[in-house]
Structure formats: C-alpha cells, structure tokens
Design a protein around this ligand. Structure first.
Ligand SMILES: *Cc1c(COP(=O)(O)O)cnc(C)c1O
Length: 222
C-alpha cells in the first residue's frame, strides 16, 4: 500500500480523541511530502539535526515532535520551532529547554518520559521521580515550558500481557500525577503505542500514538 493508503487506513481505525504522530525518522523528504499531501501535519523525529533539516525543507504548518532521547547541548537547535518534546526524563534537561524557549519568547510543551519497560536500556523517570519533580519549587519557577503529559515505551517483546501491564502502569501513573497542581502542568496527553502495539495502547488509555513503519515501511536503521 502507498503512504497515503496506509495513513488513511490507520486514521480510520483510531478513535477521534487519539492523535497520530507520523514517525518519519530516517525517511527522505519525498516520503514526508506524500504524507503531508495526504493531510498529515504532525511528524515525529528522533534526531535533532535530522528534524532541523526536514523542518527547513518542509511547509511551515507542520508540527514537529521530538520523540527521541534529547541531549541538553542540542536543545538550542530545535527551540525555535519544536512543537512537543516527548522524551524529557530529568530536571536538568527541562531547565535547558526552558532557557532556550525563553530566548525565543516561547513556551515549549513537553512530556515526562516514564520508564515502564523492564529493559535497562530504555530511558525514563520512575513515577515517584516524576511526582517529586512536579511538586518541586524549582519546577514551579520554569515559565517557558509546560508539561502536558507523559510518554512511555513498552518492552520489545511478543508477550502481549507484559506490554499491557506496562501501558496500564503509564496510565495509572498519569492519573496519579494529574492530581498535582502547577501553572505549568496541564496533563492531557498519554503518548504510548507504536506500529506493533498502538491498538493495545489505545485500549489501555493512550491519547497519542507514534507510528512509523506501518506508514512508511520498514527502516534500514533506527
Ligand atoms: C521509531 C520510534 C517509533 C515508531 O516506531 P514504529 O515501530 O516504526 O512505528 C515510536 N516511538 C519512538 C520513541 C521511536 O523511536
């Protein structure tokens, strides 16, 4: 199927309240343009340099989401335009995003990445760490960021029960964090689910899915 057909198919199977982020990492601008022409306006990339290049090449009404692990020293390159940063997993990074957002007189939306997978290699904060961060005075002083929810990645496994448990943990964590009050905390998004598991993620409460290979085909590298 074509990129356009894949997009139409996925959009027809997900509920209205779920936002589709089209993950275009490693794919050429020509592929992104096909998705754009099919009406897609939200793209996710996992490398800042690559996202900047595509931002420059593509129409300006696209919302660019950074879904990968972010290094503090590279935040400045995406600060002028990034729409949502999914992978915030420590306060130091949040502080740097706030600083760079301020330079551009913006407020940048972020998600706290929660570690739900059993793999050591996956990034993320523990639920208690996220809770402490949201209640800290230091967080309440960041005026140029806004935490709009959480993001998580399940373990890479065939075991659907385990994936379901991990997604449910993210939903439970979100519901608990939601009770915290701060002017820069507006919890509305649970980013979970990729090509292989987005239907299950939606069942477990996802409001934002990040889908790449089911739209663009498989990738040679990640
Ligand atoms: C690559 C990636 C995706 C998309 O993965 P697919 O299996 O191709 O849909 C989603 N989320 C993150 C964080 C990714 O790095």
């Amino acid at each position: 199927m074509s990129i356009q057909q894949n997009l139409i198919h996925i959009k027809s199977t997900i509920p209205k309240h779920v936002t589709l982020v089209t993950v275009s990492k490693t794919k050429p601008v020509a592929d992104l343009t096909q998705a754009y022409d099919a009406g897609q306006r939200i793209f996710g990339e996992n490398k800042i340099q690559e996202m900047v290049e595509k931002y420059e090449a593509m129409p300006k009404d696209i919302k660019w989401h950074m879904i990968g692990h972010v290094q503090s020293n590279k935040v400045k390159y995406m600060a002028p335009f990034v729409s949502l940063i999914h992978g915030v997993d420590n306060f130091k990074l949040l502080k740097e995003i706030n600083k760079q957002a301020k330079k551009h007189d913006r407020i940048i939306d972020c998600l706290l990445q929660i570690k739900i997978a059993s793999e050591e290699s996956k990034f993320g904060m523990l639920p208690t760490e996220a809770s402490d961060l949201l209640q800290s005075k230091a967080f309440s002083e960041l005026k140029n960021i806004q935490i709009v929810g959480v993001m998580g990645m399940a373990t890479f496994t065939e075991n659907e029960n385990q994936i379901k448990k991990e997604f449910t943990l993210l939903k439970t964590t979100f519901d608990a964090l939601k009770l915290h009050k701060s002017f820069n905390f507006k919890p509305e998004t649970i980013s979970m689910g990729m090509s292989g598991d987005y239907a299950l993620a939606i069942e477990c409460g996802s409001t934002m899915i990040r889908v790449g290979s089911s739209i663009f085909g498989s990738r040679i590298k990640n």
